[in-house]
Design a binder for this molecule. Structure first.
Ligand code: SAM
Length: 285
């Protein structure tokens, strides 16, 4: 049993006496049944099964096709460092958790309902500091109430049907402490994103996984996540990945992150028009 898992058993898991299983340092308390995402779970397991045996560099190369390391790595570093080393962050639908590489600060529980994905996470995060992989459904977490200081989730909630989303937000509210921080990123349904998606599908591209895709924008996400904010003004809508558009094959080698930060602050309307992601940041401190 890893030292981090032992700490989690003492401090945050609410089923310490229940049997857990572990293999390759992925922990599970069982019961990851899914109410409305069977097709997504099946698709993710299949894809990631196909990636087994790849080296860490090969896996990172795959991730880089779909995500910006520069933007999300910087965000993850700042988020983790903003909390104390004694705190816990839960990453909902953490997948391979690539953004936690080279980060430090609060301890991270990376939750995913796809066991195959967590195997890949283990290889990507082999040198990462204090990241625990937990096989569970975010609709029902084996985590005690009011024990978690940070909630993080990247491009996950966008795939949840309404019923699942409602359960996940309720569960997140239950585990979060009152003075928590939350960072949730989803695809921004602006013209650029919607148009490029439509164009690719029209040209015959097929979705890799049969999942839902909510087309909620900032105000809708803020309303959906309102239960996690102690006061409405604690929740802010932000935009990110202005210069990263993989569907248009636009992945700058040297990402202009300072320019992105300036645009987001000075020209929010332009940022909203350009951004690939819409983020809800909640600071209840
Ligand atoms: C698009 S991937 C994003 C992964 C990662 N956050 C990233 O940005 O690379 C969505 C992930 O959410 C996981 N997921 C979806 N619904 C879930 C649920 N109800 N509980 C736990 N994990 C879930 C999927 O298995 C998948 O790994």
């Amino acid at each position: 049993m890893s030292q981090l898992f032992e700490q989690a058993l003492r401090e945050i898991f609410d089923r310490p006496r229940m049997a857990f299983s572990s293999a390759e340092d992925v922990y599970s308390f069982g019961g990851n049944s899914t109410s409305g995402q069977a097709a997504e779970l099946f698709g993710r397991e299949q894809i990631n099964l196909g990636l087994r045996g790849r080296t860490k560099d090969q896996l990172l190369g795959e991730v880089a096709q779909h995500h910006s390391f520069a933007v999300m790595g910087t965000k993850a570093r700042a988020f983790r460092a903003s909390l104390a080393p004694s705190d816990w962050i839960v990453d909902i639908g953490g997948g391979t958790g690539w953004y936690w590489m080279a980060t430090r600060g609060a301890r991270v529980v990376l939750v995913d309902f796809s066991r195959e994905t967590l195997s890949l996470a283990q290889s990507i995060l082999s040198e990462a500091d204090e990241v625990l992989c937990l096989h569970a459904n975010a609709e029902s977490l084996p985590i005690a109430s009011s024990t978690i200081s940070g909630l993080w989730s990247v491009q996950v909630l966008q795939h949840m049907p309404d019923l699942v989303l409602g359960n996940v937000v309720r569960e997140a509210k239950r585990i979060l402490r009152p003075n928590s921080r939350v960072e949730i990123c989803n695809l921004n349904p602006n013209l650029l994103n919607r148009g490029s998606r439509w164009l690719r599908l029209a040209r015959g591209a097929r979705l890799p996984v049969n999942y839902e895709l909510n087309v909620a924008g900032g105000p809708e996400w803020r309303a959906c996540l309102a239960p996690l904010a102690r006061r409405p003004e604690n929740a802010r809508i932000q935009y990110s990945e202005l210069f990263f558009h993989p569907r248009l094959h636009f992945r700058p080698v040297r990402y202009p992150i300072s320019l992105e930060n300036i645009l987001v602050r000075a020209l929010p309307l332009l940022a909203r028009w350009m951004a690939r992601q819409v983020n809800i940041s909640i600071d209840n401190a």
